[in-house]
Design a protein around this ligand. Structure first.
Ligand SMILES: [Zn+2]
Length: 89
């Protein structure tokens, strides 16, 4: 396994399928990274918010394309996107 790299924030134009780092073009793995509550955030929330991180299966590069999700305790399995609320972390 490659060593985890720094997460690169990037914007999606039309499609985000090809890894900018190595050219792998079959899409990405995903992972959820908890947004650090101690950091300054424009939105005060009691819900836990996670970044959706895309990971290149080939080279391990990680990308943050701005997805933010939270999981509610009362509705297991339901995912709400909050990307419009938390744009900078
Ligand atoms: Zn790659």
């Amino acid at each position: 396994m490659p060593v985890l790299r720094e997460i690169e924030v990037c914007k999606i134009d039309e499609e985000f399928r090809v890894c900018p780092a190595c050219g792998y073009d079959y899409g990405f793995h995903t992972s959820f990274l908890k947004v650090d509550a101690s950091k300054k955030s424009p939105v005060k929330s009691t819900r836990e918010v996670f970044k959706v991180i895309l990971i290149c299966p080939e080279c391990g590069a990680r990308y943050d394309v701005g997805w933010r999700v939270s999981f509610t305790g009362s509705e297991p399995g339901v995912v709400r996107t909050t990307g419009h609320q938390v744009s900078t972390v």
